[in-house]
Design a protein around this ligand. Structure first.
Ligand SMILES: Cc1cc2nc3c(=O)[nH]c(=O)nc-3n(C[C@H](O)[C@H](O)[C@H](O)COP(=O)(O)O)c2cc1C
Length: 665
């Protein structure tokens, strides 16, 4: 696996599409009375959803956790509702977002707390400095020490907040145990002078954090919980007598929790905390603070972090990964608007030009799991000699097809290059490479990508794989034809040698390839027997199947014999039993069993078949469809945002017809 910022990273249960993490950043745009995030928050986070992971601004688990004006909470129904809009905006772009839980403890003020309550802390020790309140700067007050019984209540607040975060659609939660807030106040000897089980020894001082994490992981599962620490940052008047020992111990204690990640922010000390802490932690290691493009790249290349966290760079550059990729200049962050209300300095940092911003590809990171499909931006394709660039309007979905499933794509997962699983497209020509004849800018075309890579909204493709789209065929139907129909055609006739009067048996006939195969075989004058789930019987008969055998209830090999050609689209038991029904000299063509050659019994023939695009055949097929001789059945049309779902559905297969993803123009 290549170690660059754009390779995928595993964090807990998720495969992130790149190694960019947006740092938690308080932006003070929420409603001050209710702690409800503003409508702008969904825009702000949505703009930054290209990050592999977003960590939200610090959010208080309970009203007593609030420490800054206009910061949001996650304890009320209205807050949860508003956060839902944020998570939806990020999800719509295929992003991931964790909520940061921040209880500020003594770094607060009665003016911000319910009924003017005194801030709570492990011990009644007043922090040096001042706090910004609605009525201006004020000195910190001496906090009230939590009783032993009350500590359990605070732990419970984190538990509830975690549940609320999941309700709001967050992918996970981060415990803010950095920057001198409540968890670090417990951990540090300078702020914790307790005599009970939460104070004194190092084990006692670490107990609060570990109990909170235990509560959070009980709610969310450990693979959706991370922690942020900032050893020796010194912020908010926090001091510890032996920080190296403290943090080593804390991180050692995290091991049994199996957290998704450890996020370590910059420290002002010269001590190499990363060097000590990273080897002690098993999960993903996130490193942040003052990173630049160069230091971030080096960090990932050297393996001294699994992902890199950007604060002010992300604040000012909503499309940070794209800018890095394009070597584009970066917007500078304006400190004056870090915490000011309203849209200025919040949602108005510009992205690079809009043309590039819509350029995207679905990139398959790993097989299995609903997080297998991610939407990435890729560089604008250029038309090399013989190529045309197509603006894709629709692409066929082949699910997590057999190539990936069977490991036939070389290289370890997650793959480091964009892999298409469906290589069919329909769209319009927007650029022509040298030597291309027969196509002009603006032509509507359809075709099959060779090899890897069609789920993008702009694709460079060999002109030899394209054919004009008939005027009366819409793009969605056009995208459902190429690979599916060519595979059916070539498997039956080129590889299978099917002729009139023969019997063909098609396994798993309800999908796109099967649907075409039934129609082609019938038109060729063959007798067509298919296996499929019973619910597809009428559909397959309507396409021309003579016999439909429901493989769930009937053993097909007891009902059919003397088959000349088996088209095997499913492999497994169907293939194994097919040898029995194949007449001597008959042939099985399988798209599902690459090892078929090893399975052929004496006297029988088997062929492993992979579609090879053929422009002339495609043109013939398209003409048949245009004339209405052959039908295209669309099982599902999904928008890009729902592509993961569509592919997931397609993966389990046996749906009727073909799935198509439509790209917004
Ligand atoms: C405006 C602003 C607000 C921040 N608020 C938070 C916060 O709520 N929680 C937190 O853990 N860190 C917060 N931080 C710290 C960042 O998460 C990050 O650690 C810090 O900015 C260093 O990274 P950078 O040099 O890339 O900006 C904030 C930073 C900035 C600039």
């Amino acid at each position: 696996m290549s170690n660059d910022l754009f390779s995928t990273a595993r964090i807990g249960r998720y495969t992130l599409r790149n190694r960019f993490v947006m740092a938690p950043m308080t932006r003070s745009r929420a409603d001050d009375d209710s702690g409800v995030p503003s409508d702008l928050a969904a825009v702000y986070y949505g703009q930054r959803a290209d990050a592999g992971l977003i960590i939200t601004e610090g959010t208080y688990p309970s009203p007593m956790g609030k420490g800054y004006v206009r910061t949001p909470g996650i304890h009320s129904a209205a807050q949860i509702d508003a956060w839902r809009a944020v998570t939806a905006a990020v999800r719509a772009k295929g992003g991931r977002i964790f909520l940061q839980l921040m209880h500020t403890g003594r770094i607060s003020h009665p003016d911000m707390l319910p009924d003017g309550a005194t801030p709570v802390a492990p011990s009644a020790i007043r922090p040096a400095g001042q706090v910004w309140t609605a009525s201006g700067q004020q000195d910190f007050v001496t906090p009230r020490a939590l009783s032993t019984e009350e500590v359990a209540g605070v732990v419970d607040e984190y538990r509830r907040a975690t549940r609320h975060a999941l309700d709001a659609g967050f992918d996970g939660v981060e415990l803010h145990a950095a920057s001198g807030y409540l968890p670090e106040q417990f951990l540090s000897s300078g702020t914790n002078q307790r005599m009970d089980q939460y104070g004194g020894s190092l084990a006692n001082r670490a107990r609060f954090i570990l109990e909170v994490l235990a509560a959070m992981t009980e709610e969310a599962g450990s693979d959706r919980v991370g922690i942020k620490i900032s050893p020796e940052m010194g912020f908010n008047d926090i001091v510890d007598a032996a920080p190296q020992e403290t943090y080593r111990y804390l991180v050692e204690q995290l091991a049994p929790l199996k957290l998704a990640y450890l996020h370590v922010a910059w420290s002002k000390s010269g001590f190499d905390y990363h060097g000590v802490l990273q080897p002690l932690f098993d999960g993903a290691y996130l490193r942040g603070g003052a990173l630049t493009k160069e230091t971030a790249k080096a960090t990932i290349a050297e393996g001294t972090a699994d992902a890199v966290v950007f604060g002010s760079l992300y604040l000012a550059n909503p499309d940070l990964p794209h800018r890095f990729l394009a070597d584009a200049p970066l917007n500078a962050a304006d400190r004056n608007t870090f915490y000011s209300p309203g849209p200025d300095g919040y949602i108005d940092y510009p992205a690079l030009d809009a043309g590039n911003a819509t350029n995207r590809a679905l990139r398959i990171h790993a097989y299995g799991g609903s997080d297998a499909v991610q939407i990435d931006r890729i560089a604008e394709p250029v038309a090399a000699a013989g190529d045309v660039v197509v603006r894709v309007h629709a692409a066929g979905v082949n699910g997590l097809d057999w190539k990936v499933r069977d490991g036939l794509l070389h290289g370890a997962f997650p793959l480091t290059f964009p892999v298409t699983l469906g290589s069919e497209l329909a769209g319009e020509v927007i650029a022509l490479g040298a030597g291309v004849t027969g196509f002009a800018i603006g032509d509507r075309v359809m075709g099959a990508m060779g090899g890897l890579g069609a789920y993008a909204d702009r694709v460079a493709i060999s002109a030899a794989n394209l054919t004009p789209t008939p005027a009366d065929l819409d793009d969605v139907h056009a995208a459902a034809i190429p690979v599916t129909a060519l595979t059916a055609w070539q498997a039956l006739f080129d590889a299978g040698g099917l002729t009139a009067g023969q019997t063909v048996l098609i396994h798993g006939a309800a999908g796109g390839v099967g649907g075409f195969a039934v129609q082609f075989a019938r038109r060729a004058g063959a007798r067509v027997v298919v296996t499929a789930r019973g619910v597809h019987t009428d559909y397959l008969r309507s396409l021309g199947a003579h016999d439909v055998i429901d493989y769930r209830t009937i053993a097909f090999h007891e009902h059919v014999a003397d088959v000349d050609l088996v088209l095997d689209l499913v492999g497994g038991a169907a293939l194994a039993d097919s040898w029995q029904v194949l007449r001597a000299g008959g042939r099985i063509v399988s798209t599902a069993a690459p090892d078929i050659l090893a399975q052929i019994p004496p006297g029988k023939n088997g062929v492993w078949f992979q579609m090879r695009p053929d422009q002339a055949q495609l043109a013939d097929i398209v003409a048949m469809v245009a004339r209405g001789d052959v039908k295209v059945d669309i099982a599902k049309v999904a928008e890009v945002a729902d592509a993961a779902d569509a592919i997931e559905q397609n993966k389990i297969g046996y749906g009727r017809g073909k799935g198509v993803i439509r790209f917004a123009q």
